[in-house]
Design a protein around this ligand. Structure first.
Ligand SMILES: CCCCCCCCCCC/C=C/C(=O)SCCNC(=O)CCNC(=O)[C@H](O)C(C)(C)COP(=O)(O)OP(=O)(O)OC[C@H]1O[C@@H](n2cnc3c(N)ncnc32)[C@H](O)[C@@H]1OP(=O)(O)O
Ligand SMILES: NC(=O)C1=CN([C@@H]2O[C@H](COP(=O)(O)OP(=O)(O)OC[C@H]3O[C@@H](n4cnc5c(N)ncnc54)[C@H](OP(=O)(O)O)[C@@H]3O)[C@@H](O)[C@H]2O)C=CC1
Length: 295
């Protein structure tokens, strides 16, 4: 398949790959979360999606139901105390124990590090780290630990080594990435897999609405393939990793959809000094007659 062709529905997996499973996707009304909810439903999962605005959630639910699937929506700000308990309670009531949790809700703003106020940093960490932790713990305690199985996904960033203008956000995602790695060790005894997916820059409404064209173009140029990813690139990976076909041993804690190089793509590969006619010829060190393997 050419990479600029639309991805097949369900990430190309069998339509019964998630049959009998219940999935909870935070931020499932838009972008990557929406694509993930659709892919999991296309594989037969019953899906619960949450977000603050009811309208995008309802649109996704209608789409899933039109395709013969089941979807329940819960409108909630998961940063608020008590809302996580409410969301998980609705999921359990509607469909029973949650098998797959996708901690997708997240967001930030770009600002020079020195201009990010404590409140601004806190707003971002409350969602990406605190709400993600609260949701994971709640789902684990009420569904996955009792049933001794489950898959929990976290969303990080690529590149992972830091992003200018994103000091608050990239550090939050580093915390989440480490959480996924630690839980994968700790909760394997319950049969719970925890996986962090680090998408490259993905063309979503969220990216269009919250970042300048200049930033988006700069980020696009930094992707090795030279184009933004699609939400389906990420959702297809999550759907595969949630499926029985996913590798489980050893459990890989991090999957990246596009790791970047620090340089600009298209930079010519440095030529070997020996082949570059303008470089001075390297002089070989004199051969030694001593063979260290022979005494
Ligand atoms: C090596 C280089 C390679 C480069 C490669 C780059 C790759 C880039 C990859 C990009 C990856 C990420 C993309 C995405 O995540 S797309 C997702 C799109 N969606 C969003 O990002 C969501 C948009 N943001 C928000 O919804 C909100 O900003 C947020 C949820 C983060 C906060 O909302 P909240 O309602 O809590 O905010 P408040 O208005 O109540 O403010 C709270 C505090 O935050 C401060 N704040 C808010 N906005 C800004 C801003 N724009 N600038 C500075 N500060 C801000 C606000 O002042 C409050 O702080 P104080 O209490 O101190 O005043
Ligand atoms: N697009 C990209 O390039 C990349 C994105 N990511 C991450 O992937 C995830 C999805 O990104 P993307 O689809 O682009 O972004 P979107 O902005 O489209 O999606 C974010 C979703 O989260 C929901 N959400 C935000 N805040 C809350 C909250 N407090 N409580 C409940 N739901 C909330 C939003 O719904 P509502 O506003 O109605 O609450 C929205 O549906 C985010 O975590 C993002 O940071 C990571 C790497 C790259």
């Amino acid at each position: 398949m050419r990479t600029d062709q639309p991805a097949p529905p369900g990430g190309g997996l069998r339509p019964d790959v998630h049959t009998g499973k219940v999935a909870l996707v935070t931020g499932g009304g838009t972008g990557i979360g929406r694509a993930t909810a659709l892919d999991l439903a296309a594989g037969g999962a019953r899906v619960v999606i949450c977000g603050r605005r009811p309208e995008p959630l309802a649109e996704v639910a209608d789409q899933i139901e039109a395709l013969g699937g089941s979807c329940v929506t819960v409108s909630a700000d998961i940063r608020e105390e008590g809302s996580v308990t409410t969301v998980v309670g609705h999921a359990l009531e509607a469909f029973g124990p949650v098998d797959v949790l996708v901690n997708n809700a997240g967001g930030q703003f770009t600002a020079p590090a020195e201009e990010i106020s404590p409140g601004g940093r806190r707003a971002v960490h409350r969602l990406a780290v605190d709400a993600t932790w609260a949701m994971t713990r709640e789902v684990a305690r009420r569904a996955m630990i009792p049933q001794r199985s489950g898959a929990v996904f976290f969303i990080a960033f690529s590149p992972r080594r830091g992003i200018p203008g994103f000091a608050h956000a990239a550090s939050a995602r580093a915390a989440v990435e480490n959480l996924a790695a630690g839980l994968s060790l700790e909760w394997s005894r319950y049969g719970i897999r925890t996986v962090c997916v680090a998408p490259g820059t993905i063309a979503t409404g969220g990216l269009d609405d919250h970042y300048t064209a200049e930033d988006r173009e700069r980020w696009e140029r930094s992707v090795p393939l030279g184009r933004l990813g699609r939400p389906e690139d990420v959702s297809g990976l999550i759907s595969f990793l949630a499926s029985p076909r996913a590798p489980t041993s050893p459990a890989p804690p991090l999957w990246s959809t596009a790791e970047r190089t620090p340089g600009v793509p298209g930079t010519p590969c440095p030529t070997s000094p020996r082949r570059n006619p303008t470089s001075p010829r390297r002089t070989r060190p004199p051969r030694t007659t001593h063979d260290p393997l022979r005494h």
